[in-house]
Design a protein around this ligand. Structure first.
Ligand code: G6P
Length: 611
């Protein structure tokens, strides 16, 4: 995790870095720091949010046209001023910012201590800069060479930027396993964990690859790899719009992103389907289609909300393609010697494209000969670059830590994927396919309609904001929606919530039900509707308070539930795209009413680049 920013050029570095760090706070926000060349190499750092660092510097002269900054999510060493980045080397001539984990830092630290290095923090990152310094001084080489040699000794994941007091026009950056983007302007360069701090200055970027070192010196960028071979920088032009990373009048990014869903789903479908002509393509699948058609097993990997999207996909794939599907937490899969055969299709789902567990699970499956397909949102991120093929979700930047529009976009892409495979395999009839394409095209409008429930849900939030537990229940396609609803509430309001298959309630959770327990049923009109009604009655018989998400016009559940939320009906396979909307809104409003930091909930980070 952690966000890093660097600047060297002709402008004042401080405002660029502070603004960039605020954009990257989704990556971590327990402490922040900056290093500038304002009469020497000076480091300023502080526990807390970037704004706290900013406030503490209001009286300081921060003139410098070069600088680096960091916003932290603690791994080694508690969040405090000392453990915040940047870290100095022993002679304070170098400063480093680091995102990632140095796994062998304690061995390196002991060796360096033996050589006289004194460490001030409890971090692994400080060891990296001392190691670079040790090599730099001993070999009297260039700083980029010292970084390269240090990389040969360091085990773990990192994106780093190093500044040298004696080279005021130079930044050295390197990556292995953590993302790093170089923004290329006219006579100026930017470095950042993703493109959001860069986009308003230039749309020309270079995504650094693993084991590459970028040297920016005297207005020039050069890239070498760990074997000291020159690499030609591959400059890409970004299409991101500035307004897509700003709040645009909404109080929080999360609310903006919830309301963006009609558009993000439309963007995700754009060019891929036309119900009228029967057009259905997913470009990324083409090259591997022959292999996919003979695969007899699909494994879906993800974490958090992406794993929930995978569960929805399991139902959809099995229903329409008749290929057996297993959905696994990437973190479990990678450590349990899983059985993967050559030709298995492995789908890795990740909004950020950077989740360390998902990336490692992908590499494992790839090494065993599986076909790896990525479903990611962030263009150019590590997971899509490591897959054989994939489809972007095109949801636009998601900044709120709790995932919303990424979920619906993932489910949309996975649905398209299942339908493409099913139609090629012949496991779906022409008529059924057409019907589903029509249904898919109508989803943005139905989501728009579901968003009109906002005021009703605000009222519900008022009623339930002081509850200390929630149960979310659903069956079939709505079971993963129950899990996702519970996760949203936990993440941002800190209320304990559990998602469960409604039928499993009687095997345990039913014991929790009393008049204090709100139970959210996702009870839309589908093949398990009647069964869910029985489950609602079981809860009512034990005095639970039932909030039911039902299909528009439902009269039956109205007579049993305490509150009903009516959403537009679609084919049951597509209902998760609609039924999740009121649950996102409910958790949002409850969290706001409880005074929680919705966009940056405690202890979490959006991009989890540590194991
Ligand atoms: C973190 C985020 C979640 C997200 C999960 C997986 O835990 O807080 O919102 O679902 O990571 O992230 P990914 O980027 O791989 O989808």
């Amino acid at each position: 995790m952690c966000g890093i920013v660097g600047y060297v050029g002709f402008r004042q570095a401080y405002p660029i870095i502070i603004k960039g760090l605020k954009r990257l706070e989704y990556r971590g926000y327990d402490s922040a720091g900056i290093a500038l060349m304002n009469g020497g190499l000076n480091v300023y750092k502080k526990k807390g949010k970037v704004s706290e660092l900013e406030n503490s510097l209001s009286e300081t002269d921060l003139q410098s046209t070069i600088g680096i900054g960091h916003t932290r999510w603690a791994t080694h060493g508690e969040p405090n001023d000392i453990n915040a980045h940047p870290h100095y080397s022993a002679n304070e001539n170098l400063a480093i910012i680091h995102n990632g984990i140095i796994e062998n830092y304690s061995t390196l630290k002991v060796e360096l201590e033996r050589k006289g290095h004194v460490f001030h923090s409890a971090t692994d990152s400080e060891v990296f800069v001392h190691l670079i310094e040790e090599i730099y001084i001993k070999l009297k080489c260039d700083l980029d060479e010292a970084v390269r040699l240090a990389m040969t000794q360091v085990v773990g994941a990192y994106a780093i930027v190093v500044m040298d007091k004696n080279s005021p026009n130079q930044l050295i950056a390197a990556r292995k396993g953590s993302p790093l983007v170089v923004g290329v302007g006219k006579d100026e360069f930017f470095l950042a964990s993703d493109a959001t701090p860069i986009i308003e200055y230039t749309n020309e970027v270079v995504y650094l690859n693993d084991f590459e070192i970028a040297t920016i010196k005297d207005g020039k960028l050069s890239i070498t790899n760990i074997h000291a071979q020159d690499q030609t920088p591959f400059i890409q032009t970004l299409e991101m719009e500035l307004e897509s990373i700003e709040k645009g009048g909404f109080e929080h990014f999360m609310l903006k992103e919830i309301f963006e869903q009609p558009r993000s789903i439309k963007d995700c479908l754009r060019g891929r389907i036309s119900a009228e002509t029967g057009h259905l393509v997913l470009g990324g699948l083409r090259e591997y289609m022959n292999k996919i058609l003979v695969t007899d097993r699909i494994i879906i990997l993800g974490c958090g909300t992406s794993w929930h999207a995978g569960l929805v996909a399991e139902y959809i794939f099995e229903e329409f393609t008749r290929i057996p599907v297993e959905v696994e937490y990437a973190s479990e899969f990678r450590y349990r010697n899983p059985i993967i055969k050559e030709g298995d299709l492995v789908i890795v789902i990740s909004q950020s494209g950077e989740t360390a567990d998902s990336l490692a699970a992908l590499e494992l499956a790839k090494s065993k000969g599986a076909i790896i397909f990525g479903v990611c949102n962030v263009v150019g991120s590590s997971i899509p670059r490591a897959t054989h093929a994939g489809a972007y979700t095109h949801a636009g930047p998601e900044i709120g830590v709790a995932s919303t529009k990424a979920f619906t976009a993932q489910v949309t892409v996975l649905t398209l994927m299942a339908l493409v495979i099913a139609s090629k395999k012949g496991t779906i009839s022409e008529a059924k396919l057409r019907q589903l394409l029509f249904e898919l095209e109508s989803i943005p409008e139905k989501v728009e309609k579901a968003l009109l429930l906002n005021d009703q849900i605000k009222y519900l939030a008022q009623e339930f904001k002081d509850s200390s537990n929630f149960l979310y229940l659903g069956r079939g396609y709505n079971f993963p929606v129950a899990l996702e609803g519970a996760l949203k509430l936990k993440e941002i309001s800190y209320i304990h919530a559990e998602g469960y298959p409604a039928a499993e309630m009687k095997h345990g959770p039913i014991a929790l039900i009393d008049e204090e327990m709100p139970v959210v049923f996702i009870a839309t009109n589908d093949s398990s509707y009647e069964k869910v009604i029985s489950n609602i009655q079981e809860v009512k018989a034990r005095k639970g308070r039932v909030i039911a998400v039902v299909s528009e016009g439902d009269d039956k559940i109205k007579t049993m539930a305490d509150y009903v939320i009516e959403v537009p009906q679609a084919h049951e396979a597509l209902m998760p795209l609609i039924a999740v909307i009121p649950l996102q809104l409910l958790s949002y409003h409850i969290a706001v009413m409880r005074g929680c930091n919705v966009d940056q909930p405690r202890n979490l980070a959006k991009s989890v680049t540590v194991e």
